[in-house]
Design a protein around this ligand. Sequence first.
Ligand code: GLC
Ligand code: MG
Length: 418
Amino acid sequence: MDRLKSSPQLMIVSDLDHTMVDHHDSENWSLFRFNALWEAHYRQDSLLVFSTGRSPTLYKQLRKEKPLITPDIAIMSVGTEITYGKSMVPDDGWVRCLNQKWDKDIVIEETSKFPELKRQAETEQRPHKVSFYVEKDKAKHVTETLSKVLEGRGLDVKIIYSGGVDLDVLPKGAGKGQALAYLLKKFETEGKPPVNTLVCGDSGNDAELFSIPGVYGVMVSNAQEELLQWHAENAKDNPKILHASERCASGIIQAIGHFKLGLNLSPRDVSDIGQNVENGSPGLEMVNFSLLLESWRRAEVEKTELFISGLKATTLPSGFFIHPSGADHNIKEYVNILRKVHGDKQGKQFRIWVDDLLATPLGSDTWLVKFDKWELSGEERQGCVVTAIISKKDSDWFTWVHVHETWLENSEQGLWIL
Ligand code: GLC
Ligand code: MG
């Protein structure tokens, strides 16, 4: 967060299940498209916020299952828990706001009198969130009756129905919308309000996000009936809300283009690999290089000497590549290793992606770049931290000077080639 010295250009606040993550796409293609776009063009000066109904436990589980990049801020448990950065530092100020007119014990006591409510797993019961399953046709009646009962007991609650199955009871001041309003106010106070904000969702608990003043919104094509109905009743004439024609993360990319919020060509959509290495920012260079490596190993680019010599030309003869094992190679040897692995992942599910990229200028034409590099090979996933020095000294192209890879904490230390 502190890396941003001024207002973020774009703040994306996105739901995860069925919005950022398409559970019907086993290849995660739209997510990979979004990841490449974000790291190449937005990571340096924008903010990524994930806002999910999941508890921290289930959120972390999803991050293991799906190739999600690291958000700057995670809002979990339907806007009742906010954390910052990779290490997920909690916002205690927000917790204090939620204690008003809230008593979890009373909520538990009263809800237990409704046989229609089936309690969700223990991990999903949080200090400011009590969650159930309820059948679609009973939801409306239960919500109305329960609201009255809890009001009668002196509580100020909000009851949200999502996905045609989940019912959450939260403090009135909680929810995804209120959590976003809290963050926007905080940025305003710090003198760094985002230039543009885009909220993205698919279900009932996302509706509040779309009513925050000034924000753009995208309901992905696969949005649930309850959200579309909320929109029809409450925000039909708001030109800042789009019902995308594309699913999940591809719908988000579509909205960036529709509202002209910035670049919306994902490096993954550029089919001409030659075009992919064109002159750009350090972020784009790293993303493009990872895509090149991916295509090389999937044998989607031909093995030609021209390609190899092109790569050699972008490295400094005296440069070093240090492998996570500690072995160091001259950067030219690295290129020779590359020669051997052409097509080793042909026909397999193999993806490489860049996460949490930070580029710091070391001078007018040299950068220190740091990012996490992940590889997914079938079910197996491995990652390492890459620290590199790249320079643009004598040409419009980047030259790789040094590359140092170290094992990423919690990543399996299996066979890592490059
Ligand atoms: C997530 C949570 C669940 C909640 C639902 C809707 O699935 O795990 O507890 O009810 O989102 O908000
Ligand atoms: Mg969702």
